[in-house]
Write a protein that binds this ligand. Structure first.
Ligand SMILES: *Cc1c(COP(=O)(O)O)cnc(C)c1O
Length: 387
């Protein structure tokens, strides 16, 4: 049996969070009481009214068949309505929205529609690994844009060489950002639209965390004049409504770009289970009180954890959005060493910054996906570590 995988698969690093999960499980098997601040998966259940809508939808025989295509028009209308009320952006549900099996799926397949071998793909690093995975799978050439503190953790478009920009086909951007928690201002998106127009580059903005904010509402890239001509935005119900397991998201924006990804999907999958889409419709159309409550919950956790870390001498900014704390490692310790020490001496799992890109060296990412008592327990254990 020839079980050797192809060259592209061999080029992939192990999927970071699968690796972290493996280490966590190994420690648990040794009997360690693990506090998991590693993978960014909300710990709270999906709100009850959304589950009920899903249950009702489950009983309809029409939902048991292949969904096919862009998704239920009722779901796409809900997306358009939500966009209008949240961002004051008008979307045509018929042509400018396509349902995804979670935004990871759409981001991962995006390259198949737009990247030819040798095309440059501009990718922020540290960042979500999927932007690069799709590039490897299509033989594109990744060009990494470092996200560094001196530039507010935003990609510096002026530093991209002219020759690279001319070969670029797609640029990925992610605001609010996983892992750095940076939120792009309007001026950045305006610069991005001008850059994309100048070089004919498709903008793919990952907005999975747009609703996990604290002081200020992050904006949609599509709010900027001209954005609809050059790009799309990826959204997800995963983080906003604690629905990571349901697998539901969407891509929206430029009709031609949406259609391109849709064509790939028509040939790969047969759509999102309609009962899940009906639950998602309820999530978007129903009361948004649950989202406000979720923000309050994360805000309290953020304040407890960041204030606690600072008391222990850690250098850390208070995130304005996302449920991640992007913290500088203690003096003299690299990312991996810090993660190792936290696991071995405190039973705490977190993510090494450099695991999400070389510019993440010197940082670790904590996900605020455990409750306040557990976060206090984590801080208590950390206070006993000698650095
Ligand atoms: C969680 C996350 C997503 C969303 O993933 P889904 O597939 O929709 O669950 C997308 N982008 C980033 C950066 C994320 O962290």
């Amino acid at each position: 049996m020839k079980t050797r995988s192809n060259k592209k698969l061999e080029k992939l690093p192990p999927y970071l969070f699968v690796e972290i999960d493996r280490k966590k499980k190994a420690a648990m098997e040794r009997g360690v009481d693990i506090i998991s601040l590693g993978v960014g998966d909300p710990d709270r259940p999906t709100p009850a009214h959304i589950i009920k809508a899903g249950q009702k939808a489950l009983e309809k025989p029409a939902n048991h068949q292949y969904p096919f295509g862009a998704g239920l028009i009722s779901f796409r209308k809900a997306v358009a309505g939500w966009y209008k009320s949240r961002f004051n952006v008008t979307l045509d549900p018929e042509t400018e929205i396509w349902t995804l099996l979670g935004s990871k799926e759409g981001i991962g397949h995006f390259h198949l529609a737009f990247v030819d071998p040798g095309d440059v793909v501009l990718i922020p690093e540290p960042g979500y690994p999927v932007y690069n995975t799709g590039t490897i799978f299509t033989d594109g050439e990744p060009y990494f844009m470092p996200l560094v503190e001196e530039n507010g953790f935003l990609p510096d478009l002026k530093k991209i060489p002219e020759s690279v920009a001319r070969k670029a086909k797609v640029i990925f951007v992610n605001s609010p950002c996983n892992p750095t928690a940076a939120v792009a201002p309007r001026s950045f998106f305006e610069e991005l639209v001008a850059f994309a127009k100048k070089y004919g580059i498709i903008v793919a903005h990952d907005a999975a965390y747009s609703e996990i904010f604290y002081e200020e509402k992050p904006m949609s890239f599509l709010e900027v004049p001209g954005a609809m001509e050059v790009g799309v935005e990826f959204h997800s119900l995963s983080k906003t409504y604690n629905m990571t397991g349901w697998r539901l998201g969407w891509v929206c924006g430029n009709a031609g770009i949406v259609k391109g990804l849709g064509t790939v999907k028509d040939n790969y999958d047969s759509g999102v289970f309609q009962a899940v889409q009906e639950a998602g419709t309820e999530a978007l159309n129903g009361s948004q009180q649950c989202v406000e409550e979720m923000r309050n919950l994360y805000r309290e956790r953020r304040d407890v954890f960041v204030d606690g870390l600072r008391k222990l001498g850690w250098k850390v900014n208070k995130p304005k959005a996302t449920f991640y704390v992007w913290a500088r490692t203690p003096q003299g310790y690299g990312s991996e060493e810090t993660v190792g020490k936290l696991l071995d001496e405190a039973g705490i799992v977190c993510t090494p910054g450099n695991g999400m890109g070389p510019s993440g060296e010197g940082y670790v990412r904590f996900a605020l996906t455990v409750d306040v008592p557990r976060l206090k327990e984590a801080l208590g254990r950390m206070s006993k570590i000698k650095w």
